[in-house]
Design a protein around this ligand. Sequence first.
Ligand code: NAD
Length: 244
Amino acid sequence: MVSEEAHLLIHGASGRMGQALVRLCGEQPGLRLVAAMAGRQAPKIESVPGFSAVQMDELPAFDVAIDFSLPEGFDAILDRCLAQGTAFVSGTTGLDARQRARLDEAAARIPVLWAANFSLGVAVLEDLVRRAAAALPAWQRDIVESHHVHKKDAPSGTALALGRAVEEGGGPAPHYASLRAGDIVGEHLVQFTGLGERIELAHRATSRDIFARGALRCAAALARKAAGRYRVIDLLDEGGADRC
Ligand code: NAD
C-alpha cells in the first residue's frame, strides 16, 4: 500500500524532459523523488546541483516510475516496474509494435499510463478532432507537426494519436507532414479541407513544463490505482483539470 507520499523514480532524468521533471517534482503534492536514472553516458542532472543519476543496480524501492527516455531504454524500466509491482508512467515515443503490446500485457499486473502527450490541451484537441472528423466525413485531413531538431521519431507520437482520433471519427485517413527546426517545443495542426473552406485545429506548446507537470500529476494519481491501463484525461481530471 502506498503511504501518504508515493516514492518516485524518474527515468531519462538527464534529458530535456527529465530535467524538467526533476526541477518540478517538488511542486506536486503526494510525490517524493527518491531516485533519478539516465543512460550510462549521461549521469549529470544539471537542473538539480548535487543530484546525480543512479544506475539500475543501485535503485532504492519506489512506488511509481516516470519514464521519458528513448525506445532503447523503455524495456528495462518497464521490466523493473513489473518486478517490483509498481506503477508505470511513460511518455517515451517511437515505441515499436512489440513495445506497445507490452504496455497492455503489463497492465494486467500493474497500473500503466503511456501517453504521447501529457498536456490537457492536447487531450481536449483529440476530442475536438474526433468530432470534426465525424461531422466532415468527405473532407481531406492533414496533420502537420513541428518540433526541435533533436527529436528522433517522425511523425511525432502526438501526431499519430491525433491521427487515431481522426480515424475514430470516420472518413478518409489523414496525411502527415513533419518539420524539424530550431528549438520548437511542439506544435500540431490538424486541417480539414473542403471545397472553398477549411478548418484548422492547432495546439502549440511553448514550454516542456506543461508535459512535466501533467506527467507528475498523473504519476501521483496512478501510484494509488489498481492494475490496468489509464488515460491522461481521466487522471488529470481527478487532480482538478483547471490547475493545468
Ligand atoms: P532527450 O534525448 O533529451 O533525453 C533522453 C533521456 O533518456 C536522457 O536522460 C538519456 O540519458 C536517456 N536514455 C537514452 N537512452 C537510454 C537507455 N538506453 N537507457 C536508459 N536511459 C536512456 O529526450 P527528451 O527530449 O527529454 O524526450 C524523451 C522522450 O520523451 C522522447 O521519446 C520524446 O519524444 C518524448 N516526449 C514525450 C512528451 C509527452 O508529453 N509524452 C513530451 C516531450 C517529449
